[in-house]
Design a protein around this ligand. Structure first.
Ligand SMILES: [Zn+2]
Ligand SMILES: [Zn+2]
Ligand SMILES: [Zn+2]
Ligand SMILES: [Zn+2]
Length: 674
């Protein structure tokens, strides 16, 4: 039951007397800080040596768990052995960071099935992965584990019932929302109410974060909601190579409560705390000393030295420490290392280059000319960064033109349509979230937009141009699916009897015809970032006699699951159209062996993830990824930019993955060259 919170405000003043300022002649600021820290916390002097001397978990195979119907591969049994042993270390868990497609889910299910079993266990996954998790648990354990899905309107709220489940499944957005109701509360007419979160009342045996980088921002609401869970053991699953994303590692260590690495220390007294506790806004809630005197061991020992010095001097020492820590808390294997175990067929990546036809080239050239003029004006006035939003939009337009001119020329929805449109791609917003200024975006579009920004401050809203303020981890805006898709499809905005296909679409049709004539059981996945493009492709392919299915980011978990099942189980349905915004994570599509990527992006990791949907355990056919490029468009420049960035990153030791995501003014200039 919601309870009414009596709203009182009282300022706490618990400021301790100011410590006398000491000076240490001949010491740098960093050395002084370290001296003070060790003076108050002498145990920290030897943490790295002690950690380094701890025994490493030997590489051994666990026995196949009883009742698990799927036979685990050798490296998966090694993984299971590691997972079990890791729970007996001081960390009570760890990070399983195997490359995508190596079966982190099955290793986790193996762990859940291992004796001694205890309940309840909680799995937190992205919404798109929820049903797949549930299905795999049921399938591989012959229903030996009871699963409750804590999701949707009619979910079980009784903690007593929940506690009886072997596994509770939920999503990051549900977890965030119930925790928000418990902590900040929600508004009703007569005041602010708070409501206890059933998941935060339970004492779990084990909490598992799937795609754990969802909590990478330590101050986000999702991260805080995960930190607040009570559990004996903890496990993070992540396919991204964390050693390149040091900043994101902290949140996972904080979730694991890795002692002492995720703790804050006071330089003036023995105060040590897992949380940054400065509610009174002045002194520390515990010791009263100022925020200045508190430091996080992770930031101090690892993050800052690496940020400030790279791989030199103190940075190099920090890298060494990081390696020690990862060795004791993380397990990562790659497909290449374990190729023999996996028995994966080869994967080929091919670029198909086509040229615009005359009509397309006319449209493209005139719009490109305008865009380039605008861009050059920004350059001439030295205001490229101030116009990041405008330039980003220009680039998006050029990419859409390379797919089909209609994506730009017919983008206006008819009046009176009650749809959420993304302010960046002008498509129906998928996995929609809203900014403070009330503009809607696809979560992925705005994520890319923000991460691409290379300036000092925050980027502007591309619609209203005030500073963009948006919670990327906010739950998606709920919309009534059926009506929106029907109303907003580009097909309904165009007189299709007069419609012309595009070079890009015809290139795809040609490739698919070729495949069908070789073998009519071959299945393909077609990825695009633009839903309207997929709608045009779908229309064209159906005319050509292909049976298709389409996965959109705006689907609910059950719609999504039904669509995937339809594609996997129907031999006749040979083409799966997948929005990159919907298919990036958690899809297992080994029924297909061909991938077509319709539009390239400067950050290739999204494309790699897409290709990994088919190149994973269980795949028996040779896989081929075809990237369709219009050579005389911005796309060929984007491809060059990808390669340039990849070379740059590989050239620096411990390369900064962040540089890959950024779209610098020089990068933009590169795209508008020629
Ligand atoms: Zn203190
Ligand atoms: Zn303190
Ligand atoms: Zn969008
Ligand atoms: Zn705005």
């Amino acid at each position: 039951m919601p309870r009414l919170e009596v709203s009182t405000t009282h300022r706490r003043r618990n400021r301790a007397p100011r410590a006398p300022r000491r000076r240490f002649p001949g010491r740098s600021r960093d050395e002084t800080i370290r001296y003070q820290l060790l003076n108050r916390h002498p145990e920290l002097a030897t943490v790295w040596d002690e950690l380094d001397q701890r025994p490493k978990i030997p590489v051994e195979k666990a026995t196949q768990p009883d009742g698990l119907s799927l036979t685990m591969l050798p490296f998966q049994l090694e993984g299971l052995n590691w997972l079990r042993a890791q729970e007996q270390t001081i960390f009570r868990g760890g990070i399983l960071a195997d490359e995508m497609g190596m079966g982190k889910t099955i290793q986790t299910i193996g762990l859940l099935m291992s004796e001694p079993r205890a309940k309840p266990n909680l799995v937190i996954a992205p919404t798109v992965a929820l049903v797949q998790w549930e299905n795999e648990i049921k399938k591989h354990t012959n229903n030996a584990l009871s699963v409750i899905s804590y999701h949707g309107a009619n979910r079980e709220e009784d903690p007593g019932v929940l506690a009886q489940a072997d596994v509770i499944m939920t999503t990051y957005s549900v977890l965030e929302s119930i925790y928000r109701k418990q902590t900040t509360g929600f508004k009703r007419k007569d005041g602010i109410y708070k409501q206890d979160s059933p998941l935060h009342m339970l004492k779990f045996n084990r909490v598992i974060l799937d795609e754990a980088h969802n909590i990478k921002d330590r101050s986000s609401k999702s991260a805080k909601a995960a930190f607040a869970l009570q559990t004996k053991y903890k496990l993070c699953l992540s396919g991204t190579p964390l050693q390149n994303r040091i900043g994101e590692l902290f949140s996972l260590l904080r979730f694991l409560e890795a002692d002492p690495f995720s703790y804050y220390y006071c330089r003036n007294c023995p105060c040590k705390s897992l949380n940054w506790k400065f509610k009174a806004n002045r002194g520390c809630d515990d010791c009263g000393h100022s925020p200045m005197h508190h430091l996080c061991l992770f930031n101090h020992e690892l993050l800052k030295p690496i940020q400030n010095h790279g791989n030199e001097g103190p940075g190099k020492a920090a890298f060494g420490k990081l390696q020690i820590l990862l060795k004791h808390i993380m397990l990562r294997r790659t497909k290449e290392e374990r190729a023999d175990d996996l028995g994966l067929p080869p994967k080929i990546v091919k670029v198909r280059r086509d040229y615009f036809n005359e009509e397309e080239l006319d449209v493209y050239d005139s719009i490109y000319g305008d865009s380039k003029r605008k861009f050059n004006t920004y350059v001439a006035h030295g205001v490229v960064l101030n116009n990041y939003a405008n330039i980003f939009t220009l680039i998006t337009r050029m990419r859409q033109l390379a797919d089909h001119p209609d994506l730009v020329l017919k983008k206006e929805a008819l009046d009176g349509q009650n749809t959420l449109v993304c302010s960046l791609c002008d498509d129906e917003a998928e996995d929609a979230i809203k900014s403070k200024c009330h503009h809607t975006f696809c979560r992925m579009c705005v994520q890319e937009y923000i991460s691409g920004f290379d300036g000092e401050s925050n980027p502007d809203c591309p619609k209203c141009h005030i500073t963009l303020n948006i919670d990327l981890t906010a739950p998606a805006i709920e919309v009534d699916q059926g009506t929106i898709v029907k109303k907003n499809s580009i097909i309904n905005r165009i007189d299709m009897s007069q419609w012309h296909s595009s070079t890009k679409i015809e290139a795809l049709v040609e490739e698919l015809y070729k495949l069908r004539s070789q073998n009519h059981t071959i299945k393909s996945i077609v990825f695009s970032q633009f839903t309207s493009m997929l709608q045009l492709v779908e229309w064209r392919l159906r005319k050509a006699g292909f049976q298709t299915a389409m996965l959109e980011g705006s689907m609910t978990p059950s719609q999504r699951n039904a669509t995937i099942q339809h594609f996997m189980e129907n031999v006749e349905t040979t083409v799966f159209l997948v929005s990159l915004k919907a298919g990036g994570v958690a899809l297992n599509l080994i029924e297909a062996s061909q991938v077509f990527i319709m539009d390239p992006w400067w950050n290739p990791s999204v494309e790699w993830q897409a290709a990994d949907r088919i190149h994973r355990i269980g795949q028996t056919r040779a896989c081929k990824v075809t990237r369709l490029i219009i050579e005389d468009s911005i796309e060929s420049r984007i491809l060059d930019l990808q390669e340039k960035k990849a070379r740059m990153i590989h050239a620096t030791v411990g390369g900064d993955q962040g540089a890959m995501d950024k779209l610098t003014p020089a990068d933009m200039q590169f795209l508008f060259q020629n």
